[in-house]
Design a protein around this ligand. Structure first.
Ligand code: SAH
Length: 248
């Protein structure tokens, strides 16, 4: 047994029921290319391979685990392991209509979600395990929204699939976890992702300040947003309208 490395966010799933549910929600068919982020000891990997996808590419940063996984799944010609950092990978380099999955390392979870948004044009969907609070923010169920949640929901339909208590992991994390599903919207605004991200990040700085201190009155008026509102009171559609007027 490998000793879990805390700095890599290693919390391995041990509940067969949860593992099956997560993999089921990806609805894998034989033509699919699946990318797994942070396969760890390979419990999700094994379940994915049972569904016989055309290809499974697993991205694991830990060299020790990478070696172990290559050995464990060497009989599967459709399995490939890449020993690298998933926050730096261009997912679109693996093809189109991709399905992403992972019990993510929570310390870099946001970076992986951001990387997922950047890859929106080559994704079919993504299913991730993250901290419950993060999943609440990313599905806009939290009372305090985040710029990443707005960015994600501008381009994706998101679903809160289930909560997963700490006892289903080894070692148990300090927080409750949850599973999120995200599918690129069929109709999306044609915004440049990086520019729109910077716009949102700025608006969310000093979030308690009224919007009139952050944006020209004319933009707020045209987008039909009262100037005394704060970011926390706006929904995704409001941000989309605001940005449209802002770049106009
Ligand atoms: N999927 C496994 C392990 C989850 S723990 C399970 O459910 O049991 C998170 C995994 O992500 C660990 O294996 C850790 O080594 C790996 N990891 C951490 N940072 C990473 C990164 N930047 N890129 C890819 N993998 C990473």
């Amino acid at each position: 047994m490998v000793r879990p490395k805390k700095f890599l966010g290693q919390h391995f799933l041990k509940s067969k029921g949860v593992i099956e549910k997560i993999v089921n929600s990806l609805e894998i068919s034989p033509k699919d290319t699946v990318i797994e982020i942070g396969p760890g000891t390979g419990v999700l990997t094994e379940e994915i391979l049972k569904r016989e996808p055309e290809k499974l590419i697993a991205i694991e940063v830990d060299g020790e685990l990478a070696k172990l996984l290559r050995e464990k799944f060497k009989k599967f010609p459709n399995f490939e392991l890449i020993n690298t950092d998933a926050t730096k990978v261009d997912f679109c380099s693996f093809g189109k209509n991709l399905k992403l999955i992972g019990n993510l390392p929570y310390n870099v979870g946001s970076f992986i979600v951001l990387n997922t948004v950047r890859s929106k044009d080559c994704l079919n969907r993504a299913v991730y395990m993250l901290q419950k609070e993060v999943v609440e923010r990313l599905t806009l169920k939290h009372k305090k929204p985040s710029w990443l949640g707005i960015l994600l929901n501008t381009f994706f339909d998101t679903d809160y699939l289930m909560s997963v208590p700490a006892r289903f992991f080894y070692p148990p994390p300090k927080v409750v976890s949850a599973v999120i599903s995200m599918k690129p919207k069929k109709v999306q605004p044609s915004f440049n992702v990086e520019d729109y991200k910077r716009f949102l990040e700025k608006l969310f700085m000093q979030r308690r300040k009224m919007l009139k201190t952050k944006l020209p009155l004319e933009v707020l008026e045209k987008a039909n947003i009262p100037p005394t509102k704060r970011v926390e009171q706006l929904g995704v559609e409001d941000f989309i309208r605001l940005y449209r007027e802002f770049i106009n």
